[in-house]
Design a protein around this ligand. Structure first.
Ligand SMILES: NC(=O)c1ccc[n+]([C@@H]2O[C@H](COP(=O)([O-])OP(=O)(O)OC[C@H]3O[C@@H](n4cnc5c(N)ncnc54)[C@H](OP(=O)(O)O)[C@@H]3O)[C@@H](O)[C@H]2O)c1
Length: 340
């Protein structure tokens, strides 16, 4: 075994104590001190440098059946993380290597080498592997191009457009020849960013008036593709604006993640029939075969500056829960990342 000289005796990690009802409350969680894990045969010990906090984690805090297992109570939560190997019992990974893995929400993690992906800090900033070149980036890429079957000339509307997934969807659509890209976001500052920095043709603040009304103004000729990060009022407005044979990609429904009652569905579902619309969900895990193509194409756009991205950093393991709640509140512009 090889390891770094100075390792702490204790490890701090976030546990889920009770399943939140509605908005998660601080007392549903605890930052717990635990023994520093020892890597077993085939494992490495990773000092986490960046933790990902993502909206889907709200679903894992509930016991409801979904596409991913619920977090276990009184155990450390999981999530994407990038860190540095500080001890290795695995072939192929050495002290000093950087890896992407899914044992976030903690300072140190013993990770099986087969569940760790080596990443290159020279090729991109380490945090980018959690966002623009990571899970959220691939979601945007696969959702728009494969599930949404985007084609040149499409008019595209994306909600949550200043967030990690949404900002990338809009820019990829522009780079691939969309006729018009429209985005919605929750502040005037975010709306300005969409048109002034990301090159969206139009954008609006969904808090400033009914979505259908603002969408109609922004897309007078309707839309061909809707990328849904939000659900609710946005989805109903988009169904109303979709042109003949339009497509809606259902990526997320963040407006409903803290709901305590089932949310009412769109009232205009008959439009799906009238306009022969296709509505399909996207789950990033189904599309990892696109990873090499995604990294090559999006990586090149990032390096050339054609695709821009923002990150919102929150510092410290103590502030991880607040960073997660911040994503649900809309505190972030681009990917929310915790820097340890
Ligand atoms: N299907 C998949 O495989 C997959 C993978 C990754 C992410 N997702 C989904 O994609 C969506 C975006 O994820 P992300 O990681 O990129 O997060 P994000 O967009 O970076 O952050 C979430 C954003 O949602 C917005 N929001 C919060 N409450 C809202 C509400 N009631 N109405 C409208 N907007 C609201 C906030 O921005 P504003 O200030 O604009 O409100 C917030 O910044 C989420 O729904 C997530 O669950 C799905």
């Amino acid at each position: 075994m090889t390891d770094s000289p100075s390792l702490p005796a204790v490890n701090r990690e976030w546990h889920l104590l009770s399943r939140p009802v509605g908005w998660p409350k601080p007392e549903d969680f605890a930052l717990v001190e635990a023994e520093l894990p020892k890597p077993r045969e085939g494992q490495v010990l990773v000092r986490n440098l960046y933790l990902s906090v993502d909206p889907y984690m709200r679903g894992r805090m509930s016991a409801a059946k979904s596409y991913v297992e619920p977090f276990e109570l009184n155990k450390v939560m999981q999530g994407g993380a990038v860190g540095e190997v500080v001890a290795s019992e695995a072939e192929g990974l050495s002290v000093g290597d950087h890896v992407l893995h899914s044992s976030g929400w903690r300072e140190y993690a013993a990770v099986s080498a087969k569940h760790a992906v080596k990443v290159d800090p020279q090729a991109a900033p380490l945090s980018a592997y959690l966002g623009v070149l990571g899970m959220t980036g691939l979601t945007a890429y696969a959702g728009l191009l494969r599930v949404g079957a985007f084609k040149e000339g499409d008019a595209v509307f994306v909600s949550g457009a200043a967030g990690a997934v949404g900002s990338q969807v809009g820019q990829i659509a522009k780079l691939k020849g969309a006729s018009r890209v429209i985005g919605s976001a929750g502040s005037d500052e975010k709306v300005r960013l969409l048109t002034e920095e990301y090159g969206f043709d139009a954008a609006f603040n969904y808090k400033n008036g009914p979505v259908w009304e603002q969408l109609k103004q922004a897309a007078p000729d309707g839309i061909d593709l809707y990328f849904d990060n939000v659900g609710g009022e946005h989805l109903e407005a988009a169904i109303g604006a979709l042109n003949l044979r339009g497509r809606a990609v259902i990526c997320g429904m963040i407006s409903q993640y803290n709901a305590t009652e089932p949310a009412p569905g769109p009232r205009n579902m008959v439009k799906i029939l009238q306009n022969r619309l296709r509505v399909e969900g996207v789950l990033v895990g189904d599309h990892y075969d696109l990873q090499p193509q995604f990294v090559e194409e999006v990586g090149a756009w990032v390096r050339s500056g054609q695709l821009k991205y923002r990150e919102t950093f929150v510092e410290g393991i103590d502030n991880t829960l607040d960073a997660f709640l911040g994503v649900l509140r809309g505190d972030n512009t681009g990917k929310m990342v915790v820097k340890l």
